[in-house]
Design a protein around this ligand. Sequence first.
Ligand SMILES: C[S@@+](CC[C@H](N)C(=O)[O-])C[C@H]1O[C@@H](n2cnc3c(N)ncnc32)[C@H](O)[C@@H]1O
Length: 257
Amino acid sequence: MGIVRDAVRNLILESAMGRLEFFMHPGMRNMWGGPFNGQRFRQRIFFDILHCLTISAIVETGTFRGETTALFAATSLPVYTVEINPRYFSYTKMRFLLNRKNVCLYHGDSCTFLRKLCEDGSVPKENVFFYLDAHWGETLPLREELEIIFSRWKKPVVMIDDFKVAGSGYGFDDYGPDKTLDLDYIDPVVSAFNLSIFFPAVAPSEETGEKRGCVVLCRECSAIRLFMKMNTLIRYEPHGLSLQDDEKECIEKRLTG
Ligand SMILES: C[S@@+](CC[C@H](N)C(=O)[O-])C[C@H]1O[C@@H](n2cnc3c(N)ncnc32)[C@H](O)[C@@H]1O
C-alpha cells in the first residue's frame, strides 16, 4: 500500500514540477541547441527524406521536452510521440496545449505505445517516418521497437539517434555489453527484415550542435529512392558492393517514369 501511495505521490509531484518548469524556465527546452540535438545537417537529412518519400506521419519515441517534436509538428503531418518520464511528459503537454493540434502526446513506455499505434485504425500504417530516441536508462527498448515497426508498418523509414557511425567521431550511446547503439546491436533485425542501412554523408566536422551519430533504416523499395535522390545520406555497403553508374541511370529512369 505504501509503495503505491509513494508512486502516486511521486507521479503527482513530478507532473507538477514539469508544469512549473515550463513556466519558470522556458530556456530548458533548448538544452541541446534545437531540434535533432541542434544538428543542422541532421535536419537537412530529415527534410530530404520528407521530400524524397511520401511520408504520411511521424512517430517519435523519447519526447523529452518536445524540441524535435516541435519541428515535426511544423510539417503539419500527424505526429505521435511518447515520453516515459512524468516530469518531461507534463512539460511537453503544456508546450503543445494551445497550438499544434497535429501532435498526439502519450505518457508511457515506447514499446507499449507502438503496439497501441498498431491497433489504432486512425494511425497511418504506410510510409511513416520513425525517430527512435528513447534510450536513457537501464532498459534499452530499441531492438523491440524495431521489431514492432518492421513487422507492423509498410515501408517505414527509421532514424535512430545516438548511433555509432563507424570510423567517425560522431557521439553514440553505450550502456554496456549488448547495449551499444551500433550495427551489431541491430543486426538481428536488419537480417530478419533484410533492411538497407544509411549513414550521414558528412563528417562530424561539418555538422553543428551535439554531433551525435545516427543511422537510417528502411526496406529496399524505399532505399532505392533515398539512394538515388539524396546526397545527405550514404548507403552502407557491408560487402563493398555498390551500384554502377549505368545501373543508377536505369533505376533513375524507372523512378521518373
Ligand atoms: C535523448 S532524450 C529525447 C530527446 C528528444 N527526442 C529531442 O530530440 O529533444 C530521451 C528521452 O527518452 C525518454 N525515455 C527513455 N526510455 C523510454 C521508454 N522506454 N519509453 C519512452 N520514453 C523513454 C527519456 O525519459 C528521455 O526524455
